[in-house]
Design a protein around this ligand. Sequence first.
Ligand code: AHR
Length: 655
Amino acid sequence: MKLTRIIFVAILLSSSSFLYAQPIIVKADNPTATIQPTMWGIFFEDINFAADGGLYAELVKNRSFEFAAPMMGWTLQQQTPNTGTVLVTNRLGTDSSNPRYIRVTRNTETGNFGLTNEGFRGMGIKQNEQYNFSVLAKPESGNITLHVQLVDSTGKSFGESQSINISGNNWQQYKTSFTATGTALKAKMSVWFEGKGVADLDMISLFPQHTWKERPNGLRADLVQLLADMKPGFIRFPGGCIVEGRELATRYQWKKTVGPVEDRKVIVNRWNTEFAHRPTPDYFQSFGLGFYEYFQLAEDIGASPLPILNCGMACQFNTAEVVDTTQLDPYIQDALDLIEFANGDASTKWGHLREVMGHPAPFNLKLMGVGNEQWGPQYIERYKIFTRAIKSKYPNIQLVNSVGPSPDGDMFNFLNDTLRALHADILDEHYYQSPSWFQNHATRYDNYDRNGPKIFAGEYAAQSVATVSPLNKNNWLCALSEAAFMTGLERNADVVKMASYAPLFAHVDGWQWTPDLIWFNNLNSYGTPDYYVQKLFSDNKGSNEVAILMNNEALKGKDSLYASACTDAASNELVLKIVNTSSQPVSKQINIDSKKKADAKATITMLQSSNLDAVNSIESPQNISPQTNEIDVKGKQLSLTLSPYSFTIVRVKML
Ligand code: AHR
């Protein structure tokens, strides 16, 4: 070997062993920031069948015949022509929220006659579970009875109800329950009519008895459980672009989502037609999961509500329609009334409605978003009017404001500068970027103004291919890159107060947008690797940020390491989060700089895969999921080997 080569190898070896030898120091007694209880939260939007067909456990699609094609989802069943007829009838003049119903006529007492509903890409039915059927009905003439039957994809029956006689003189609800004798992923429900006569029907509904907290007509228990397991600090709701609508007429209006479900006006879901490559013509919003259910869900899982309201602007990617600024009053009133609905006492109009719906106590709303992903001077104009109105009546409500769809560029800079000059409370930043962007921007907030508005990383997700590409995957590279980035959010917890991955849910057969945090079919659900990253950050939130240093510098990408550290006042633990984005293991000694003693054992929880393309799936939901072990702590030192492509959490009790 030539002398120069020997010298080169010697330098390389000594420098790498020097790096190897550099301990990581944690300044455990010197808090640098308070971590808000709201730090890690959830973004909910009705996209990808997140509400109807997803979280909202209703199994019947188009239960009130309000889809654009009134019988979409329903098939008429009769062996002999003219056994009966179904007529879609409209009473718009007397009921503008739920105008349509069907008139069923049976002409003869013989022969099968019925309607079959296909559900949301089928109905998920579980053996031995109880199903609750209900219908609003009114007899017109003769004598009609009905019964309900579940059939699997081969047409085999596996559950049937007793008959219900449609009697009485007016509209009333009829109910029956039965137990499924089999399990099916894509079942259908048939309603069979017997007798001879005419009856009007509406709100034909089937729910599992087993829902979240066993609430009648409630939410799908497995999906809420996945959310509850995240221990989210907040839930942003209802989006997302759905807040805005493609045009103002189809914007989200919270007042139309509360009160009796039959009075909640069904409208098209904006994701129905958004992507030519993923058309979803049967995507509508029933609002069975409306604002009351949202507040209740947030309360159930200990999250602060964060509603986002339309500010008189439709989606700027679509029509960009705006309300004239002189005509914003109804929009502003909606915002003020929502605060009253959440917090007002029973003597107020909207507080009274909350009480009538079953929740006399306030929901303790403290945050509200004005507009979703808006931009341009037209947003600033409307922001000023909204802020003045809301702050003058409710000075303690913190407002979240948009800085547009991108994390940089002219649009961002304009909004960022203007909203900072106007002393906005919280800026909502969105980034749908490549995995490398996430790794490279772990330093994003290091130089933000510490005295300016706080930051809400309101929508983010690493895109394995490109934003809105249907080929994006929730793979390990994306999740690992988000973990690296999130150490930067936590390190800057004095500026970043909240963060949420987006979107949240996707039905495997009904999605429009990928990647998404949680995927499900009609029976099962799973968290992606990104889900476990979010969950681990939230589970290990801590209360005070402390410095974690190597060579006196924060770990933010050098040697492929990213880290943040905090103390947890409730458990007296020191919590470290370390991401190794390299393909090699890294061995490190960690020294805890503290006056306290450390426990002799530490808990290590690791999320790891040597395959950056690895994903979780319905078949393999835990492929990438956290594994927990214990290691020894010697004095205040730990020796850690960080696996290749790993995210490691260390918890040490300080005594
Ligand atoms: O999360 C999907 C969409 O991305 C949201 O609706 C919108 O706010 C953003 O453009």
